[in-house]
Design a protein around this ligand. Structure first.
Ligand SMILES: [Zn+2]
Length: 170
């Protein structure tokens, strides 16, 4: 992977610093939208780039701060670019989840539904409740792959102690 000599674009992406992927320290996901931040630097040294970024984790919304440690290698007479960004394409997903919440747990269903709507900007296509077994169909667009989407939904369910019987992602 080669580095790049331009600023990171404020788009959903995975970012590496010297080929090391950056991860969120709160949820360990690796998809961020980076924004360049302006810092006041008095008399910056020649050949030193004072670029700073704040990258927003696209899963939990926490911010990660980092600089651009690119440097000029005198011996190789070459600039060593530190940052690399791979932009993610947005995919459309249709999801079917069957889960149990037991009796009198309507508020759990509501919380689960709200967190899916909030996290994924999901659109609810169908929801049916058969005495505690709920069938939920949602759709949304997301830049993560199927596996990541699945584990995000499962994590969401786990936190709410929702027992997922089946999950289909298309
Ligand atoms: Zn995060």
């Amino acid at each position: 992977m080669s580095g790049m000599d331009e600023s990171l674009r404020p788009e959903k992406s995975r970012i590496t610093i010297f080929n090391e992927p950056i991860n969120c320290q709160f949820c360990s996901n690796d998809v961020f939208t980076p924004y360049e931040v302006i810092v006041n630097v008095e008399q910056p040294g020649i050949g030193v780039r004072h670029v700073r970024y704040v990258a927003i984790c696209q899963y939990c919304g926490k911010a990660k701060h980092f600089g651009d440690p690119s440097y000029y290698d005198v011996e190789k007479d070459n600039y060593i670019w530190a940052l690399n960004q791979s932009l993610l394409s947005i995919k459309k997903y249709k999801i079917k989840i069957i889960f149990f919440v037991g009796k009198r747990k309507q508020e759990k269903v509501t919380i689960f539904l709200n967190s899916l709507i909030q996290n994924f900007k999901a659109e609810v296509e169908n929801i049916k409740d058969y005495k505690g077994e709920v069938l939920l169909q949602i759709k949304f667009s997301n830049s993560n792959d199927k596996q990541a989407v699945r584990s995000m939904i499962m994590g969401c369910a786990r936190r709410l102690k929702i027992n997922v019987k089946e999950i289909t992602i298309k």
